[in-house]
Design a protein around this ligand. Structure first.
Ligand code: ZN
Length: 221
């Protein structure tokens, strides 16, 4: 009997099996978001064809055709592909109940939290974006979590004053360190004198300038 797989996330999936090719359709949004409508995929009964032997006289393959119930296919996809942890479930109807979707959503949030926790640990250890799973990114985005490794967070730098990780766009950090002199001055965070002093201080730090000054001194001497 045909099965209905409901998906309450905007993520779609593709699976290849010997008995068919399965495309699990996405929802429009996450469950609970405005404009949400679940992804509904119908799984039909299928057949698996096996070659059991070859006829020694004719050389023809002897095949056996085994019917495969949609229930088994759906159960395989949900369990072996972890779909049941990703906000998918088998429904009796193409119009799933709110209660069923709420249950799937609760499981999904748990999956997201675990993936984010794992990503945080990975980030602590390696600081490498390529080790962060897509699942963790999706979870952090959906739950609005502020994580350092998300794609959509602003780039960060080490504050030269206190060493804290801060957004690179900050003009003046709360510790008092000026990151961007021009913007701090135009925003009235520092006066013209202070800006001038800081610019001089910073340009003086460049080794090239120091070398030039030493050369001048040498010429004058
Ligand atoms: Zn600082």
């Amino acid at each position: 009997m045909r099965q209905v797989i409901v998906n309450i996330t905007p993520q779609e999936y593709f699976f290849q099996r010997t008995h068919g090719y399965y495309h699990i359709l996405p929802a429009t949004k996450h469950y609970g978001e405005p404009g949400f409508s679940p992804g509904i995929t119908i799984i039909e009964d299928s057949r698996n064809t096996y070659v059991t032997n070859v006829d020694s006289v004719t050389g023809n393959e002897i095949k056996v055709d085994v019917p495969l119930a949609a229930e088994k296919i759906a159960a395989d996809l949900l369990r072996n592909e972890d779909l049941e942890k990703m906000g998918c479930f088998v429904s009796e109807s193409t119009k799933p109940s709110d209660r069923d979707m709420q249950g799937a959503y609760k499981t999904l949030l748990q999956t997201y939290r675990e993936a984010v926790a794992e990503a945080n640990m990975e980030w602590q250890r390696t600081h490498r974006y390529e080790f962060i799973s897509d699942l963790a990114r999706r979870g952090a985005r959906h739950m609005g979590m502020d994580v350092e490794w998300s794609d959509d967070v602003k780039p960060k730098i080490d504050c030269p004053g206190c060493g804290e990780r801060i957004p690179a766009t900050v003009a003046r950090h709360t510790c008092g360190a000026i990151i961007d002199i021009d913007r701090a001055e135009s925003a009235g965070m520092i006066d013209g004198e202070e800006a001038k002093r800081l610019r001089k201080l910073r340009s003086g730090k460049k080794p090239k300038v120091e070398e030039e000054e030493k050369e001048k001194e040498a010429v004058q001497a």
